[in-house]
Design a protein. Sequence first.
Length: 94
Amino acid sequence: MDSKDKENLEAMRTLDFDDLIILHLLGKGDLTVTAIAKSMSLSQPSISQRLRKISKAFSAASLIERAGRGIALSPYGQEISKRASAAIKALQGL
């Protein structure tokens, strides 16, 4: 395991299940922060706050990029989203 993988693992450990779901939903690519908030029965400011927390956890690289009036995952963010999706699937299998 290289140092980047170790950093990612440490960052993933700081996330809760809702954070993983947010990353998973962002990875689908066509949902806005507002749509994610609605689907999770949370407020838009709550999702934005969680996104800041997630971004700070992965401080080595930017996860999120501005896309017009919305946001999109960076290539690094897409990689992390795939890992979040895999973690969700693993937890669902328990």
